[in-house]
Design a protein around this ligand. Sequence first.
Ligand SMILES: O=c1[nH]c(=O)c2[nH]c(=O)[nH]c2[nH]1
Length: 291
Amino acid sequence: MAIVLGPNQYGKAETRVVRVYRDTARHELRDLAVSTALRGDFEAAHVTGDQAAVLPTDSQKNTVFAYAAEKGIRTIEDFGLQLGRHFVEELPAVDGAQIGIDEYSWDRVNDYSFVRRGQETRTTVVTVADDRAWVVSGLKDLVIAKTTGSEFRGFLQDRYTTLPETDDRILATSLIARWRYTGTELDWDASWSAIRTLLLTTFAEVYSHALQHTLYAMGQVVLEQRPEVAEIRFSAPNRHHFLVDLEPFGVENPGEVFFAADRPYGLIEATVLRDDGPDPGPAWYAVPGFC
Ligand SMILES: O=c1[nH]c(=O)c2[nH]c(=O)[nH]c2[nH]1
């Protein structure tokens, strides 16, 4: 009996690359998860441990970022073909490559702000106690991003601070918002839609000094324009988009190619309320996700 290596492949799974086209004031956004897998003669890598033929998965990831910058992403099919051909043509041990790409679709809010399609959920929590009732409605998983109009600087620096200041970054979050109504007789659909629109347009249009600043601005507008709302609470994970350093490959990256990080993430939570609003009673009791 002999033990032999059977079918095998290796690569980098789900490289989260965001490509921004910012040649005009009307930005375009492409948001992908790219998985590469290489096949070929990798017997030595497994059997004797010799990695001479193995292009690291890290390099495959770098190739995805560099190609996003240099070749651009016209369609995921074109992008996959370019990557696959590159690996097969350039690497002697590789006789096959499989590139899997998922693309996340975004709808436009303004020239540089976008909302992810088909993600969000409308919510309500109704509390009834004795002869009273409270309604807390909201939304969750509203994924929004702006490709400019956002900075983060002037922050406190201590000996552990390495974050560079930035005056132009991608700001993105998967928003949870819940608002408490002052009453229980209302056109709920109309109110919910109007508040959602205010949240979206304020996120898009108000220049952001930080996610904290954006949340407050959104809450302020809702309370100013919707008298039926007493209070609004936000829970907003900061979905970090890190500019990829492509200099080692001689490729420029003027705010065009980003790594969309998964974890860890900043979690910014805030309440904005009228100081003369009605008592919340037990409206928030056991409602998850808020400070
Ligand atoms: O909008 C932000 N608020 C923060 O508190 C923070 N902290 C951080 O590292 N990046 C950011 N961004």
